[in-house]
Design a protein around this ligand. Structure first.
Ligand SMILES: Cc1cc2nc3c(=O)[nH]c(=O)nc-3n(C[C@H](O)[C@H](O)[C@H](O)COP(=O)(O)OP(=O)(O)OC[C@H]3O[C@@H](n4cnc5c(N)ncnc54)[C@H](O)[C@@H]3O)c2cc1C
Length: 412
């Protein structure tokens, strides 16, 4: 994580930052209502921020598709707190499974780690969890070796649907070698505190009910709208047919508005909800707003010069005329901001056991690769994408620390 304060202190522009939850946007009144959600409260706990222009970038929340029991019994994987909760739950399961006199069936249930969702998040987590078992848990708690098991559940016929066929096959083969079970065409229907009820579609098209007892359930099936976004959409008639987020035009303006923009996972612009898209959209909006600001400044200067030219004479008048021409030329340059175009750099996923898969865009084609070299490429790409040198260093130091002393399993 990169503290926002750390990013802002290096910016030239004045940015006022409030750590708060935006509870509602009143589009007609042009106001955002905010609450201080921190544990320590002051005199003012909620207030409003008026706006002329608004950018919505609140991301999305976890999709549960209304399946009963998912919200109550699953761990999600979005915020840092979610990752800490997963770590706590894994270690709780391991310790409870090792408790004196635990029955073999209960031990097996507690050590069954189920990941639902075969996209990059689910695949990466399943691979990393198996690594944790192979590299650390096995040594610390040898008595769990026979019972620990990771299962990846996916409703579609294969995992990683955005990758090429050869990489999907490679991932499935690698998971088999790593003893991770992949259950495709398996749709979760209900979740209780100890078991998942699912429906498997057999090759002949018939369905079969299944009960999977579990100790840890990680739910990684994609995104759903945040309430604040849903509420804003309800206020804009042009958004009534949009289901998955704020529909935007090619300049990222929210359809049906003139002064609201949306970026990232809460915006629907026909791109996948990835950080790659979100960061390019953010950079585009920064360029667009800079251009708007420059245009405004130049227009003001032009108005001033036109007035001065009207009263000036001789050389002075010619000089002002030249200045106007120069400003008009720079105005033309500034205004040349085309619509947003996403440039896809490729897709990467870690699949465990020091292997990764990559579909990289290269010139006008695509390079598909998988294995240990791709894993080093994956590592270097992610270190490179960290926001600051501070974070790059921290991540590398953490990798070294984990390889020397094992992963951190502290629970509080
Ligand atoms: C486990 C995992 C792995 C991923 N790996 C990759 C990857 O390898 N490559 C890739 O391209 N993408 C990846 N993604 C997707 C990527 O993280 C998202 O697409 C990206 O973060 C979206 O950016 P965003 O700014 O729209 O939303 P977010 O990053 O979710 O940021 C939204 C922010 O808004 C805040 N917020 C939410 N509601 C409110 C509110 N009401 N008021 C105030 N603040 C609010 C949130 O706290 C959050 O800080 C991954 C996602 C997950 C969950």
């Amino acid at each position: 994580m990169e503290p926002i304060r750390n990013i802002l202190r290096h910016k030239k522009a004045t940015v006022k930052y409030y750590e708060a939850e935006a509870t509602k946007v009143d589009y007609a009144k042009k106001v955002v209502y905010i609450n201080d959600e921190s544990e320590i409260k002051g005199d003012v706990m909620s207030t409003e921020v008026p706006f002329d222009m608004l950018v919505v970038g609140v991301g999305a929340e976890n999709a549960t598709f209304g399946i009963p029991g998912v919200r109550e019994h699953s761990c999600f994987l979005k915020e840092v707190g979610d990752a800490q909760q997963i770590r706590k739950r894994i270690m709780d399961c391991v310790e409870t499974a090792s408790f004196k006199g635990q029955t073999p069936d209960e031990r097996k249930r507690l050590l069954h780690m189920v990941v639902v969702g075969g996209g990059p998040t689910g695949v990466e987590f399943a691979g990393e969890l198996q690594d944790f078992f192979e590299q650390d848990l096995k040594k610390w708690v040898p008595e769990i070796v026979d019972s620990f098991h990771v299962t990846l559940v996916e409703a579609l016929p294969n995992v990683l649907p955005m990758f090429s066929k050869q990489l999907i096959d490679y991932t499935e083969k690698s998971f088999k070698e790593e003893s991770i079970t992949i259950r495709t065409k398996t749709m979760v229907k209900n979740v209780t505190d100890k078991a998942i009820e699912a429906e498997y579609t057999k090759p002949d098209g018939t369905k079969e009910k299944e009960i999977m007892p579990y100790g840890l359930l990680v739910w990684a099936t994609g995104n759903a709208l945040r309430p604040v976004v849903k509420d804003l959409m309800a206020q804009i008639p042009a958004q009534k047919d949009s289901r998955r987020g704020l529909a935007v035009n090619e300049y990222l303006v929210v359809n049906g508005t003139e002064n609201v923009w949306a970026v990232g996972d809460c915006a629907i612009a026909n791109y996948a909800p990835t950080a790659q898209v979100a960061s390019q959209e953010g950079a585009f909006l920064a360029r667009l707003f800079n251009s708007l600001a420059k245009t405004e400044t130049i227009n003001k200067e032009l108005a001033g010069l036109s007035e001065a030219q009207a009263t000036a004479a001789g050389d002075k008048r010619t000089q002002i005329f030249e200045e106007i021409k120069t400003l008009q030329r720079s105005l033309k340059r500034v205004k040349q901001i085309g619509p947003f175009e996403y440039s896809h750099q490729g897709s990467l996923a870690y699949i465990g056991h020091d292997k990764a898969v990559a579909d990289i865009s290269w010139l006008s084609g695509n390079i598909a690769s998988g294995g240990t070299i791709t894993y080093w490429f994956w590592k270097s790409a992610y270190v490179n994408m960290c926001f600051s040198w501070r974070n790059r260093l921290l991540v590398c130091m953490d990798w070294v620390k984990a390889s020397l002393f094992g992963r951190d399993v502290s629970r509080e």
